[in-house]
Design a protein around this ligand. Structure first.
Ligand code: MG
Ligand code: MG
Length: 255
């Protein structure tokens, strides 16, 4: 495993990539409402990214399990029991849905990667709590991404928080290093043990992304070869930021 340490200049470019990505997520967040299609949300994100002279990072991303099915869109839009990698379509959002929007931007050769789960209008108390617990898991993980800690401290922090709230962490999909490539070493599981793994160093850049399920975290891939959903149909949520480990406070690059 080789973790690529970024220079100050490279992190500045990643901050710019992350900012464009955040603008795309923000524009979609403003547009989420009952009746809008996920394809329309995809177009909004693509327009924001391309209007800044950047490129979508997910478009044509190779499918590691099903070669021949590169990713066909700018965002992934995953509704209710769908966790990640939902392909935008003519499906319309309904009041009470929750939607996870994940987006990636390439700017000057570097990637920004972030995701958010949003309620569509009024949602159930359980859905509200799931979203809030997953969001907080991300911020606790970011806070653990500091010199003096190891990779396992990030993973353990996420798992302990999520399980203390009665929810479950997903095991098949993980956070990851990010830089010139969207997926670099290391993998960063949302479960693990404190004091294990590589010591964190300034210049490491990670996409931290807690994925949380209400029911058992047993997943399957739908027949479109991309969409990942819970087997029992229970709700799930996903939040992600690209961050940099620094000499001081962890820095969120996707703001
Ligand atoms: Mg992502
Ligand atoms: Mg990611």
């Amino acid at each position: 495993m080789a973790i690529i340490i970024k220079t100050r200049e490279e992190i500045e470019i990643m901050r710019q990539a992350g900012h464009i990505n955040a603008l795309a997520l923000e524009a979609m967040s403003r547009a989420v409402r009952p009746g809008i299609t996920t394809k329309e949300l995809d177009q909004i994100a693509e327009d924001v990214i391309r209007s800044h002279g950047a490129e979508p990072a997910f478009l044509n991303y190779p499918n590691s399990s099903f070669p021949g099915y590169p990713y066909p869109a700018t965002i992934t839009a995953s509704i209710n029991s769908e966790l990640v990698h939902g392909i935008p379509s003519k499906r319309r959002l309904k009041r009470g849905d929750i939607i996870s929007l994940d987006c990636g931007t390439i700017w000057k050769g570097f990637v920004g990667d972030s995701a958010i789960t949003l309620p569509v209008g009024k949602v159930s108390p359980e859905a509200e709590r799931l979203i809030e617990v997953t969001r907080q898991a991300l911020y606790l993980a970011i806070d653990a991404a500091r010199v003096g800690n190891r990779l396992g401290d990030i993973s353990a922090t996420i798992q302990e928080w999520v399980e203390s709230q009665g929810f479950h962490v997903v095991r098949e999909y993980t956070g990851h290093g990010v830089g010139r490539r969207m997926h670099e070493d290391p993998q960063i599981p949302n479960w693990g043990k404190h004091n294990r793994g590589v010591p964190l160093r300034p210049g490491m850049t990670f996409a931290l992304e807690p994925m949380v399920t209400v029911g058992p975290p047993i997943l399957y891939v739908k027949s479109d070869h991309w969409t990942v959903a819970t087997r029992d149909g229970s709700l799930c949520a996903h939040f992600e930021h690209t961050i940099a480990v620094t000499d001081g406070e962890p820095e969120i690059l996707t703001l």
